[in-house]
Design a protein around this ligand. Sequence first.
Ligand code: UGA
Length: 433
Amino acid sequence: MTITFIGHGYVGLVTACVFADFGNKVYVVGHTPEKIERLKKGDPIIYEPGLKELLEKNIKAKRLMFTLNLKNAVAESEIVFIAVGTPPKENGEADLSMVLSVAENIAKSLKNDFTVVSCKSTVPVGTNKQIEAILLKNKPDKLKIAVASCPEFLREGTAIYDTMNADRVVIGSTSKRAIDLLVKLHEPVCGKKIVTDLASAELIKYTSNSMLAVKISFANLISFYCEKSGADVETVLNATGLDKRIGRIFMDPGLGYGGSCFPKDVRALISVGKNLGNDTSYLEAVEKVNVLARENFIKKIRQHNISDKKVAVWGLSFKPNTDDIRFAPSISIVEQLLKDGFKINAYDPVAADNFKKLFPPGNISYVDSPYDAVNNVSALLILTEWNEFKQIDLKKVKSLMKKPVIFDGRNIYTPEIIKKLGFRYFSTGRQPI
Ligand code: UGA
């Protein structure tokens, strides 16, 4: 099959590489010449494990092409995926301007007698109908189009695995021909194929992301109860999660959810709810707890009165295995610490360059190793649970620090072990030691 992806963010780029790897001819369209040049040379632009190898392999096999020319790519394709960003507007609504302008450009470029236009961007209910209206208004006579919603469920850090081994593939369309083509394209992908209408497909995506955000916020809420009551959050959640109806996955308390998806999608679902005239207080509470998780962390640092205000930060990305810092907890925490007059040594295996764009070096210094970060500081703050921190030489860490104090926003250490090493240890939902 010949297919096109408009957009080369996590969703567009990773999915394009995977479909090329399955043997399809895939065009990826962008609008920034410099980025397209880098991609053509096999530079993935983003950090995602395994992506560079997949990119290089499929470019070499001439199955994966990067171009600025939307017209030619669309004209040749049986399926065109829209995979551009839908960032939040001030009022929380998803900004659909890129999606809708891409739809217009697609319509003007159609040449095949039948083309499926499928939206992979996360969009509110009703957007695919808008895309359909734009396409029908602008498409050349006689050519047929069908619109399909095909939301993506990949996670950054495990994006390739998730795309090849989906829990489910959702295809929303009223066109039998479009459904057949999309089912065929997704044949090599593991996971149940759910064929449904446009609105349900759109809502499945928001429901999934918001449900995961609900689980995380609930775990954080319980961690507040634990801290005040003397209970241990890990024991409480482990035991609760053994109930198969609940499950333990995605219930790790800490600094709240970040990234380019959950914060944006919960806000967008609130906004969709308001437009539909629904009560949105439930999801607003989810957001509130997410903010409280970060505030609770800052509060613990302030209560500790770090006299020289020198701290180390380990982890800047919103989660491990990515250089993405969008809506990362590190942003609001570092911002607050700098306002409070702290001096920070920051270390992240891959995200420091992105973080520097927001916080240029000054009162924050970027260092090349976790050990350099802790040198002569009075506290260590763990903001992302990168694997390399989990079994680090803590004796060495302690010997380098001015004072052996850890604020662990991700509960990566066992309190008893930390206690034996002689650290003061403040984690989440557990008693300080
Ligand atoms: C999320 C979803 O998991 C994907 O299924 C979805 O396709 C994607 O959004 C999207 O809409 O594109 P992602 O944002 O890459 O994926 O990352 P997650 O692994 O879901 O983590 C999101 C945030 O929640 C991170 O800040 C993470 O630290 C936090 N989190 C996650 C917790 O605080 N606790 C947990 O138990 C799990």
